[in-house]
Design a protein around this ligand. Structure first.
Ligand code: NAY
Length: 291
């Protein structure tokens, strides 16, 4: 698992006005992440990829294009979690055959599943997909909160190699880190990267790394070498930017910033709204000020 450590962009996807995948734009986003943001890997079809707004065929199309563009330049994690368990298995098999380094699955959401059901979901995926798996925990969006013991139960399966931990709970994060030193922990909130890095996470997965990857890497590396004052400075600038992005509309603004870098990032899928004219101007100002 050591080679899976590092910083991963939660990859954006480019869509055209009809909501179809824009292949050229998607390839440009991938290249920007590798060549400019200098990330170690890509987390494909996560929340940031608007995964829960698109069809199974589109998910496969994206897995395909991204693998084709990346080759073996950086690590690839395929987010395959879905409420339809058959779809999750099918996508897991698909991404594994394409050569993705690991799969990841969001906890099942919406119906307020209990832990027995969550365990059954992961077991079904693990029994049917021949790949390592990273749990994707994002309680604020899924409603699924797991405690230390429950993470421990899921980690007992040797193919469960880690967790993408997207929660502002540093008590739990520290307990997981301490209790499971051999599992991979990826921090999921970019604005808390320094705090998570100090607790010795193995990496991070973030939406803003699509544009701010170099700073994210600095924060992570400075924290690892104990240069906390310097890391805090970079986190401060990063959070100035993230604050402005969140105020203006998260995914729309990151796409607009990418467009100012000549990356064909396209639009967001409905029902996500488009930026207003003012929002477009603000994104341009962010691009000029920070990137
Ligand atoms: C995903 O699956 O794409 C992620 O969850 C990546 C983590 C991001 N979470 C969400 C919900 O977008 O990067 C974060 C987040 O956008 C960022 O910290 C701003 O809050």
């Amino acid at each position: 698992v050591i080679e899976m450590k590092g910083l991963y962009s939660a990859l954006m996807c480019s869509f055209d006005e009809q909501g179809q995948v824009n292949e050229q734009g998607l390839r440009e986003i991938v290249r920007h992440n590798i060549d400019v943001s200098k990330i170690d890997g890509l987390y494909v079809n996560g929340s940031t990829g608007e995964n829960f707004l698109i069809s199974t065929d589109q998910k496969k199309q994206i897995f395909d294009i991204v693998k084709d563009e990346v080759g073996s330049d950086v690590k690839l994690i395929a987010q395959i979690g879905a409420l339809n368990i058959d779809e999750a298995v099918e996508l897991g098999q698909f991404a594994t055959e394409l050569g993705y380094d690991a799969i990841s699955a969001v906890t099942p959401f919406y119906y307020k599943f209990d832990f027995e059901e969550v365990t059954d979901y992961y077991t079904t995926i693990l029994e049917n997909v021949d790949n390592d798996l990273i749990i994707y925990s994002i309680p604020a969006l899924t409603g699924v909160n797991m405690n230390l013991e429950q993470f421990g139960e899921l980690f007992e399966h040797e193919k469960v190699i880690g967790v993408k931990f997207t929660a502002p709970d540093f008590f739990l994060l520290e307990r997981i880190r301490h209790t499971f030193p051999d599992k991979l922990i990826y921090s999921g909130f970019d604005e808390m990267l320094l705090s998570a890095s100090v607790l010795n996470v193995d990496g991070a997965i973030g939406s803003t790394f699509n544009v701010n990857g170099q700073r994210a890497k600095q924060i992570f590396e400075l924290a690892q070498s104990g240069q906390i004052d310097e890391a805090r400075e970079v986190q401060k600038v990063t959070n100035d930017l993230i604050g402005e992005i969140l105020d203006n509309g998260l995914y729309q603004t990151i796409k607009e910033i990418l467009k100012h870098k000549d990356v064909g990032a396209g639009t967001c899928r409905k029902p996500m709204k488009s930026l207003t004219e003012d929002g477009v101007i603000r994104a341009k100002q962010m691009a000029e000020k920070y990137l």
